[in-house]
Design a protein around this ligand. Structure first.
Ligand code: NAD
Length: 479
């Protein structure tokens, strides 16, 4: 844990149980973290609450100066590289993806720092009959961030940076699978100038901490990223106290490839997007619908690209596909592929097994390509959070859109075409929070990000986030 500017382990707190963080590529112990008790959670919340007052009284410019300093530190090569290595060791992603994630943190900070002059604190909205009206913006108080394991550093930045800039204190709960990089980041934030208590990190059980946050009078907002199932439980708990909640949940993005698209480029991009982070990305294209006339060409190009992927320990520079985050996830993937093998209409064209020469202590899995899978299959109805690509042929855009929307999820979707009419139809037809045209997965700090349906509600990123972390008080006065 990291509370009040100090690191805590089981020797320094009441927590006697520990989370053991294992390297999913080797099974080696990377580090440990506390399994926090409810007293630890209270301690961290008290510390955030106490620190909030002074932090919220600083100006936007003072707060943005601290954030700028943090960004500068994170751009220093040795520090950036150490963080990327730690992230690869605890999560498994290839080093180049880990480096990119740390870079992403600095991009989020730099974007929000650039907004500091848009103070949004106080502006006149009307003047009539001798009375003046305006709104005053105030930070909310203690804001909680609950993080997933797949992109812990980036998601921390999405939540904590706008909250800190607007004067809130942050209580952060990382995933037990991947807490170490977040703990390290908290320590760096503090050393670079963030006052003690303004950002505390507590490690432990998601449901126990989630319920405690939902009940705490100090917590004014909970921003959650994770599975739809856990998000729903948190939402119900938070509703008991009418706490504001943002839910960034799972996805089963569709990708539609039209007959006029550049098939080689589409296949290359599809393989990158689907197998990035070993397929463990909320917005990766989990269901691909290809117009019949280009289906065979697309599949051929995909298979060629997949055969070039190099599975291995993420610390090797040539690895493109690291292990899954755990053996539990590996088992799930094996079961998915087995279930498809039993279906007559579908075929598993490549992969789908534990690689024969891989380290048995690592949770590796060969990227799989499945075709012509029925819409009722589990790989179509559930969120497949691993390296399994599904490609089905479709007659036309109407059929492609029908299947794309035939899911409980609604995070992102993409269409690949040079025909503006097809692009327009898809943009209007996809029932999702983010649509890409001729790309997939591109995320920028200035673009609002989030989903609909079971993918959650609320958005992250974009200047609108500043308002999400502030309360509006309307003032009407006459004198
Ligand atoms: P998860 O739901 O298992 O855990 C996410 C976090 O929630 C963890 O910190 C966990 O400890 C905590 N948690 C678990 N139960 C809780 C409860 N009842 N109350 C409060 N917190 C609880 O998810 P995961 O396996 O870590 O992450 C993978 C999932 O996250 C996938 O579904 C993926 O699509 C989703 N995800 C979504 C986005 C997005 O922006 N939409 C981004 C990344 C990941």
């Amino acid at each position: 844990m990291f509370i009040d500017g100090k690191k805590y382990d089981s020797s320094t707190t009441s927590c006697t149980d520990q989370i053991r963080v294992l390297n999913p590529a080797t099974g080696e112990l990377v580090g440990t973290a506390c399994l926090a008790t409810s007293e630890d959670v209270d301690f961290a919340l008290d510390s955030c609450h106490a620190a909030f007052k002074q932090w919220s009284e600083k100006s936007f410019l003072q707060r943005s100066a601290v954030l700028s300093q943090i960004s500068s530190w994170l751009k220093e090569k040795p520090l950036r590289e150490d963080l990327a290595i730690l992230l690869t060791k605890e999560q498994g992603k290839p080093l180049r993806e880990a480096r990119r994630e740390i870079e992403g943190v600095t991009e989020v900070i730099d974007y929000f720092v650039g907004l500091a002059s848009m103070t949004h604190t106080d502006f006149f909205t009307s003047k009539s009959n001798g009375s003046y009206s305006f709104t005053v913006k105030k930070p909310l108080g203690v804001c909680a961030s609950i993080l997933p394991w797949n992109m812990p550093a980036l998601v921390l930045a999405w939540k904590a940076v706008p909250a800190l800039l607007t004067g809130n204190a942050c209580f952060v709960k990382p995933s037990g699978i991947c807490p170490l990089t977040v703990l390290e980041l908290a320590a760096i934030f503090h050393e670079a100038g963030l006052p003690a208590g303004v950002l505390n990190v507590v490690t432990g059980s998601g449901s126990a901490i989630g319920n405690q946050l939902a009940q705490s009078p100090f917590v004014k907002k909970i921003s959650f990223t994770g599975s739809s199932e856990a998000g729903k439980k948190l939402h119900i708990a938070a509703a008991q106290n009418n706490k504001r909640v943002t839910l960034e949940l799972g996805g089963s993005d569709a990708m539609i490839i039209c007959d006029d698209a550049d098939i080689q480029e589409c296949a290359k991009q599809a393989v990158h997007a689907r197998f990035f982070n070993c397929g463990q990305t909320c917005v990766s294209p989990k269901r691909i619908f290809v117009f019949e006339s280009v289906f065979d060409d697309f599949v051929k190009a995909v298979l060629e690209a997949v055969s070039q992927l190099k599975i291995g320990n993420g610390l090797s520079e040539d690895t493109t596909t690291g292990p899954l985050s755990s053996f539990e996830e590996q088992k799930k993937m094996i079961e998915y592929v087995e279930s498809v093998r039993k279906e007559k209409a579908s075929s598993v064209l490549i992969g789908g097994n534990v690689p024969p020469n891989s380290d048995p202590k690592g949770s590796f899995f060969e990227p799989a390509v499945l075709i012509q899978v029925p819409m009722t299959s589990r790989v179509m109805t559930e969120e497949v959070f691993g390296p399994i690509m599904v490609i089905n042929s479709v007659k036309d855009m109407d059929e492609a859109l029908k299947y794309s929307n035939e899911t409980q999820f609604g995070l992102g979707a993409s269409v690949w075409t040079n025909d503006l009419r097809q692009a327009k139809k898809a943009i209007e037809g996809f029932d999702v929070g983010i649509v890409w045209v001729n790309q997939h997965m591109k995320m920028l700090p200035e673009l609002p990000f989030g989903g609909v349906k079971e993918s959650g509600f609320g958005r992250e990123n974009g200047y609108q986030m500043l308002n999400e972390y502030m309360e509006t008080k309307t003032v009407v006065f006459k004198f």
